[in-house]
Design a protein around this ligand. Structure first.
Ligand code: ADP
Ligand code: MG
Length: 307
């Protein structure tokens, strides 16, 4: 009998919606796309983003500005896990797959305390402020503040590289016993190792990079990044736009140099895909639309990145 294909799925913003109402609805179609892959015979592990959710949690605690971002991040993992887990359970039962436990794992990811992103924070988070307000929190709380695309001032935090998933052994044990695991939410809670303790830090690990590390650690066959577009394009949004079905690592690197992928959206996905596909013989990555996951896994759509 063939061994099941192990797939790590990275869910993007469209899988979870932008607020409480939207998330309740979005998780239903997300669950359906995930269970499609399980029905196709794949062993699935889920990771996801948390942008709007962590923003909402963090902003609603703005009366207590000393609440660290990593605390809001931890809250967002369980909040998203609550909705996603329940939608998955419902979908599994609906399709008569009654013997698959679903579990959300609070996940911390160790980053280097010397990561060079700490010198140059670039990731905007939280609410928009006036210049006056921005200067006040800059002085009082030591935040780094930038002007964000003409919309006002925002706090920026570093985006360090993920080094080690703290809960990886627990995740692996659950996956290997046939459970459906949700982990590395929002790219994981970034922590720094200090002797015997893990210290939370105010930073955001890109969920595409965290998912790549998870896929490598679990010896997955496939990293599937599910987002809002069916395929990756070169000359995206231009007249000569060209959608790609197949992309070798060398081609992908060339297109990065030529600037085809937007930083902060498609670029981290391509970088994660290259990293995973190049990490061992037989591994490949797929970038496609959430609703097209089933077609994608059969090789009928999406952009496949390979050695
Ligand atoms: P997610 O929440 O899934 O991480 P992002 O918005 O961060 O989604 O990234 C996906 C988006 O990247 C797409 O919806 C698309 O608008 C944009 N994008 C930028 N460059 C490209 C490209 N070259 N090909 C396809 N999509 C691109
Ligand atoms: Mg993104």
């Amino acid at each position: 009998m063939n061994k099941k294909k192990r797939i790590v799925i990275a869910l993007g913003g469209n899988a979870l919606g932008n607020d409480l109402e939207e998330q309740k609805i979005a998780v239903k179609s997300t669950a359906s796309a995930v269970v499609d892959l399980i029905e196709e015979g794949c062993e699935v592990v889920i990771a996801h983003g948390n942008g709007p959710q962590v923003g909402m949690i963090h902003n609603s605690m703005s009366n207590a500005e000393n609440i660290p971002l990593y605390v809001s991040g931890a809250m967002s993992q369980t909040y998203i896990g609550f909705d996603l887990e329940n939608a998955l359970r419902e979908e599994l039962l609906k399709r008569k797959i009654g013997n698959m436990p679903v579990a959300t794992i609070m996940t911390q990811i160790v980053v280097d305390k010397d990561d060079k992103s700490f010198e140059n924070p670039t990731k905007p988070i939280g609410r928009f402020m006036s210049l006056e307000e921005a200067k006040e929190v800059e002085d009082r709380l030591g935040y780094d503040i930038v002007e964000d695309s003409g919309r006002g001032y925002r706090r920026v935090v570093p985006s360090p590289s993920p080094r080690r998933i703290v809960e990886i052994d627990s995740i692996r044990t659950l996956v290997e016993s046939g459970q459906l695991v949700i982990s590395c939410g929002g790219g994981g809670i970034p922590v720094i190792e200090e002797e015997n303790s893990l210290k939370g830090i105010d930073a955001v690990i890109d969920k595409d990079f965290a998912s790549c590390l998870l896929a490598k650690e679990l010896e997955a066959d496939f990293l599937i990044i599910l987002t809002a577009v069916e395929k990756v394009a070169i000359n995206f949004g231009k007249e000569n736009e060209k959608w790609l079905s197949d992309l070798s690592i060398d081609e992908a690197k060339k297109y990065i140099e030529e600037g085809h992928f937007a930083p902060g959206s498609m670029l981290p996905k391509i970088v994660a895909a290259i990293d995973f596909a190049g990490s061992k013989e037989g591994r490949a990555a797929l970038i496609t639309q959430l609703e097209k996951a089933k077609k994608g896994i059969k090789g009928d759509t999406g952009t496949r990145i390979h050695m």
